[in-house]
Design a protein around this ligand. Structure first.
Ligand SMILES: [Zn+2]
Length: 150
């Protein structure tokens, strides 16, 4: 894997993790580190062997809104409170929402493969800076125990 590709993936993954962290920190009482982990869950599909094929491919099953809904329902079934399902929805859902805008898109109509996409460069420098700024804004506005960033 060439250096540029590694840099691109590191930027995209750290952005998804930070956005998940900020959303879970800002809108739930769950551990925000869990939000960072949840923000990475959809890209676990990079670990699927290529031989498995659809839907176990990058931007397949784990990037479907139906997958997010199933995880939220599962979280609610495990712990019937607000914070865990909301954290799962925000962490995993934010990743899928960001990726949905990218040229590759997501399978909105899973199990169908083809879906429309806006084709925005959401992992480009400008969009990445915007996502980080939004996440920092959430942390600054919605958390009360971080006086150093106010
Ligand atoms: Zn992804």
């Amino acid at each position: 894997m060439e250096g540029a590709r590694i840099l691109f993936l590191a930027g995209a993954l750290s952005t998804h993790a930070f956005v998940g962290y900020a959303l879970v920190r800002g809108f739930t009482d769950a551990d925000p580190r869990f939000g960072a982990l949840l923000g990475l869950v959809p890209d676990a599909d990079f670990l699927f062997p290529a031989a498995w094929g659809w839907p176990f491919v990058h931007r397949g099953l784990t990037h479907a809104p139906l997958f997010v809904a199933a995880l939220v329902a599962g979280a609610y079934a495990i712990r019937r409170d607000r914070d865990l399902p909301l954290a799962v929805g925000l962490g995993v859902g934010s990743h899928v929402a960001v990726d949905s805008l990218s040229p590759m898109g997501i399978p909105w109509l899973f199990p169908l493969e083809a879906s429309p996409s806006l084709g925005l460069p959401v992992h480009g420098p400008a969009a990445t800076a915007l996502l980080w700024a939004g996440a920092i804004g959430i942390l600054a506005k919605l958390t009360t125990d971080l006086p150093s960033i106010r």
